[in-house]
Design a protein around this ligand. Sequence first.
Ligand code: BEZ
Length: 216
Amino acid sequence: MDANVAQSPSLPRIGEPAPHFEAETTHGTLRLSDFEGSWLILFSHPADFTPVCTTEFIAFAEIAPELSKRNVQLLGLSIDSTYSHIAWVRTIKEKFGVDIPFPIIADLNKEVATAYGMLMPGESKTETSRAVFVIDDKGVVRAMIYYPLTTGRNMDEILRLVDALQTSDEHGVATPAGWRPGDKVIVPPPRTVEDAEARMAAGYECQDWFFCKRAL
Ligand code: BEZ
């Protein structure tokens, strides 16, 4: 590799440990390790005092109790100061009557945004994109979602994603397109000829040897 060629930082990958951080937030200094034992949704927004981000913050606050039931904490981030975050949170309370219960990282030096690949210079060099990292209770990245500046995220999908990941962990299954809690789940495809044979006799709902569902 040519030493003069700038290398991209290594970005988070599903199934690998989430990058460590220590950051100033609206709830004091926080590290990734502070969240060990609970799941974490680390998400970035482009900027404080912008309309789409305001709708998203209100929506994140609305699902925070549901996430909490699932042992999931929220942590926001943008390249704004703590003072800006505090002022924005106060404005959201004053104008919309909504308390923002989760901390927000003030990533002025872009350290966390860079480590997590939240910056998309093709879209903006100064604002983070709408990234979501689902990190499990062992600090492993389990899912990543990226949305552009102009599109607000869907909280139902974020909750659905958490439910799907936790269901897969608990039951050793996969979840089909559009799956919702209560729906049938996918029995993971067999790895051997013997497994393929065995599953046809296991009482699952099978269309074929590779496609079996079951109720939980
Ligand atoms: C917004 O949150 O409204 C927004 C932020 C950056 C670009 C476009 C919209």
